[in-house]
Design a protein around this ligand. Sequence first.
Ligand code: SAH
Length: 354
Amino acid sequence: MPISEDQWFIMNLKPSIHGLLPEELEAFCKQNGQPAFRAKQIFDWLYGKFVPSFDEMKNLPAPLRALLAEHYSFQALEKLEVSGEKGETQKLLFKLSDKEMIETVIIPAPRRGTNTVCVSSQVGCVYGCAFCASGQKGVIRNLTAGEIVGEVMEVARQLGERPNNVVFMGIGEPFDNYDAVMKSVRILNHPDGLNIGARKITVSTCGVVPGIERLAEEGLQVELSVSLHAPDNETRSKTMPVNETWPLAELMDACANYTEKTNRIITFEYTLIKDLNDSPEQARELVQLLRRFPCRVNLIPLSPVEEFDGERPDSETMQIFFQTLEKAHINTTLRDSKGSNLKAACGQLRSRRS
Ligand code: SAH
């Protein structure tokens, strides 16, 4: 039976069960006179069997199920819409318990037989990159770890299996919501949970230097992507206000330190925009900028967004840019962002119905 708006709201004033690490669940069990192994059982129902409610946790005593329901909400998100066909890129629109909305994207790779979930980490975004629809109205609030894990679980339920990769490339700046994002990473990565390998989880930042510095100290094997989009400060500041706070010199120092400390290779995202950042000269400048340490570059043709008056370059220009990097032995991909017919491509996600 569908639940009414008011019921939905009241139910979700409680914290989400999906925001707990196993040790927290264990502490909850102990505090309530339950053996610690119950936590493992609950985790298995949540992440092994994807049950949609406490009632279905059949091997738990009824009083424990009632206690859990009293303290925790189950579904922090309500699925309002699914666009796109099964087996292709799909976009899910969710309503949160305070009625804010976010979007999540499923990107299947049929040849590899894998599914990637692109999750949002905030409602809106404070950084306001000119070409990105997600931040045009500023940030409204951070998502909780339970809401972020909830996005992945909704996808798992829809697919009937655990997704293989998670990328924090939906709405929001993950490093502006650092603690909740890291907690969600630990829950998703936990062997008793979805057990998604840290290397299958990518956190993408527009260049928030303190976040890069903190991540370098985490001892986590997650992938880091940095949205660069220009090889010089003047061009970068035209579309990315974040560059005024952390200009390229600081950003590149942080990236170099990160690489040295973690031995992990950063992927730089570079959205190609006609006559702005796509010239052969700029490709050569990019090579110079990235010479200091090993890295990868992901070139993405601009996806159209209403608010930004820019175009993607023609394919020859993009090929020349690509080859300039390749010739300099920078591992580069030129890929089309999936899902632009659904407004589900990079930079097209919004915190409202489109
Ligand atoms: N805030 C983080 C996470 C968002 S990831 C970050 O900036 O990295 C989304 C990626 O899509 C970023 O690399 C972003 O710069 C890029 N992007 C945004 N708008 C785009 C557009 N219109 N076309 C192509 N890529 C875009």
